[in-house]
Design a protein. Structure first.
Ligand SMILES: Cc1cc2nc3c(=O)[nH]c(=O)nc-3n(C[C@H](O)[C@H](O)[C@H](O)COP(=O)(O)OP(=O)(O)OC[C@H]3O[C@@H](n4cnc5c(N)ncnc54)[C@H](O)[C@@H]3O)c2cc1C
Length: 596
């Protein structure tokens, strides 16, 4: 019989997640006289999306110029704010946009001060590498007093009288249950990319933060807005899901063809073509949902490859323009990326096309916050990709700027709140019931294997809640998700009973969060009966500014999913009226990405 052991950690500010958002939150909270504890499921610098990023920081050209970069001083913070909201098709919380643009220069300067190397700056982009960001954050963390607890999965928030008073976690190293008692808690746990079968994101990103916030009663906003990444290798398997290729093709372009060798993307998007070759794409933009729809249509109509993708090749490397060449030399020296060697993949590409898919890359929706990163629950804050509302219906700027800006704001807000409050007692009944739920997975001798349930969740997400959505399929997905919840969650079991370093156990706990996020994404997508940038409904193929300029918010109330729509937060740009066909509404918004 497995016995659960528990220990208690008391802290003022508990930060969950150690990368861009979490590390910044911890650093900025620790500027106040409070105890800060940073907990992470992996090890800092080896988990989450931050270290995998390309990585670009967005900042307006004028501020970048004033920082010493050769950018356009005629650009302005106000112009950047307007562009972000237009590209987000007006669903953005404009107060979050203001904070993003206002604080970007300070956060970038801070990272540079901690040693982050900038490899190149152009337009509104300050380019570096994800590991450089994490390296700098580690320097920042060393300068302050933060308790770091790694290899620990926070599984649920503890609440008392509607306030968040702590959390429980499982130590992956010892199998112990840890009870955190905190005055304020910041969630910076990244996205829920693992709900989808194709992604370059790391395995920790199972939507834990959003799912536990939802269970505690926090609102989730615009969860239907999922961003993809085309050009993710699926075959040959040696390079499966290597983000190197989509990042490279974002600068170098290439050919995308179907099984009939037709160049359907250059046909559908003539503006993407190189000047010299009408079939070759100058760039394969990552954030353009119209491209996802073209690719998925080829696949669903039977013109895809045997592994569920389309074909990619790179015949044009020699003919790249000066700037493209320069960026590629700097980002991928000798075809390495983050010190990993991709020269064999480049050799393989010379032999002919490889099969690529669209991956789930970034979640625009998430925990609903205000400009102080406060949620609707006192004591709970969220920052980074875990939080929603900044990007509206499409992410135009850099997520890295978002995570460091919001991390700093959340840390400050949480510390100030902690100074005004005291540790509230926790509800032992709640701890006991969470503990039982977790340890039952080890005690059960038979039932549902986590790996099987996760595969079925991912298949359902891909089949019904990916980039081409339709009411009947969304309703079916919700029904199937409910069945999985009712019939399978309580039967999950780990074949290995040892609680120490038991990945299967953790996979089982994550499966509940993945299923929860699948359900929330499907419900939001079903609710929004229009198409808007990242959210395409084949049964509602219009962008409806008369009825749908509002956010979809999902909360758990008395154990039930509660959906509401909320008026937009508008502070500087009034949205337009009118109803337009989806493609007509989307193409002009995409223009800057298509021809950058
Ligand atoms: C392949 C790839 C390339 C990208 N490239 C770029 C780019 O070039 N530019 C850009 O701007 N954006 C890019 N993005 C997006 C960007 O990297 C992320 O949005 C951003 O890094 C998220 O930062 P974060 O701090 O919010 O979360 P993450 O960096 O994802 O970190 C999440 C943290 O939460 C922890 N965690 C999760 N669950 C738990 C739990 N239950 N308990 C405890 N800890 C938990 C994880 O261990 C991790 O520490 C890219 C994303 C991917 C996947």
């Amino acid at each position: 019989m497995v016995e659960s052991v528990s220990k208690t950690v008391d802290t003022d500010v508990l930060v969950v997640g150690s990368e861009g958002g979490g590390a910044e939150a911890a650093i900025h909270a620790s500027k106040y006289p409070v105890k800060v504890t940073l907990v992470t499921k992996g090890r800092m610098g080896k988990c989450g999306a931050t270290m995998t990023a390309g990585a670009d920081f967005t900042v307006d050209g004028k501020s970048a110029f004033e920082m010493g970069f050769k950018t356009d001083p005629k650009d302005s913070p106000e112009k950047l704010m307007v562009d972000i909201v237009k590209e987000g098709a007006y669903l953005n919380n404009q107060k979050l946009v203001e904070v993003y643009v206002r604080d970007a220069p300070s956060r970038i300067k801070e990272l540079v001060g901690w040693g982050m190397k900038v490899i190149f700056a152009y337009g509104r982009v300050v380019l570096t590498f994800g590991p450089e960001v994490v390296k700098a954050l580690k320097v920042g963390l060393k300068e302050c007093n933060v308790e770091m607890i790694e290899d620990t999965m926070v599984t649920d928030l503890l609440t008392k009288n509607g306030k968040v008073v702590g959390a429980v976690g499982l130590s992956l190293r010892t199998g112990d249950l840890i009870v955190f008692r905190s005055k304020a808690t910041v969630l910076a746990t990244g996205g829920w990319q693992m709900v989808y079968p194709y992604t370059a994101a790391t395995e920790e990103l199972t939507g834990d933060g959003q799912a536990m916030a939802y269970r505690a009663g926090a609102g989730l906003v615009d969860a239907e807005m999922v961003q993809g990444i085309p050009g993710l290798p699926v075959w040959p398997p040696a390079w499966r899901f290597a983000s190197f290729l989509p990042i490279l093709s974002g600068f170098a372009g290439g050919y995308i063809t179907n099984s009939k060798r037709e160049h359907f993307l250059s046909r559908d998007f003539p503006k993407l073509r190189t000047k010299t070759d009408p079939e070759c794409l100058a760039t394969i933009p990552t954030k353009v949902p119209l491209i996802y729809i073209s690719i998925l249509t080829e696949i669903s109509e039977g013109r895809g490859g045997p592994h569920g993708g389309v074909y990619f090749s790179l015949p044009n490397l020699e003919k790249l323009e000066e700037q493209g060449k320069r960026i590629i030399d700097l980002l991928f020296p000798n075809w390495t990326f983050h010190k990993a060697d991709f020269s064999k993949l480049m050799e393989r590409l010379k032999e002919g096309p490889i099969e690529v898919v669209i991956g789930a890359n970034y979640m625009c929706g998430g925990i609903r916050i205000n400009e102080n990163c406060e949620t609707n629950l006192p004591g709970l804050y969220a920052a980074g990709e875990c939080a929603g509302g900044l990007w509206g219906a499409n992410r135009f700027g850099s997520a890295l700027t978002q995570v460091v800006v919001q991390g700093a704001v959340a840390g400050k807000s949480a510390a100030e709140y902690a100074l005004k409050t005291h540790l509230l007692g926790i509800n032992q009944g709640q701890v006991k019931s969470l503990q039982n739920k977790l340890f039952q997975i080890l005690k059960r001798e038979d039932g549902v294997k986590p790996v099987e349930l996760r595969k079925r969740i991912q298949k359902l997400a891909y089949d019904s809640v990916f980039f081409i959505r339709e009411g009947t399929k969304l309703r079916e997905a919700l029904q199937k998700a409910k069945e999985m919840k009712d019939r399978e969650l309580a039967k999950l079991y780990a074949t290995t009973k040892n609680p120490i370093c038991n990945r299967e156990w953790i996979h089982a706990v994550e499966a509940e969060n993945m299923l929860q996020m699948l359900e929330i994404t499907a419900k939001s997508a079903l609710t929004r009966t229009e198409s808007r940038i990242l959210h395409y409904r084949s049964d509602y193929p219009v962008t409806d500014n008369n009825n749908w300029l509002k956010n979809v918010v999902i909360r758990q109330v008395a154990g039930e999913m509660h959906v509401t729509t909320h008026a937009l937060t508008v502070s500087f740009l009034t949205p337009p009226k009118g109803i337009l066909p989806y493609k007509e509404a989307t193409l002009p918004i995409m223009e800057s990405e298509l021809v950058h």
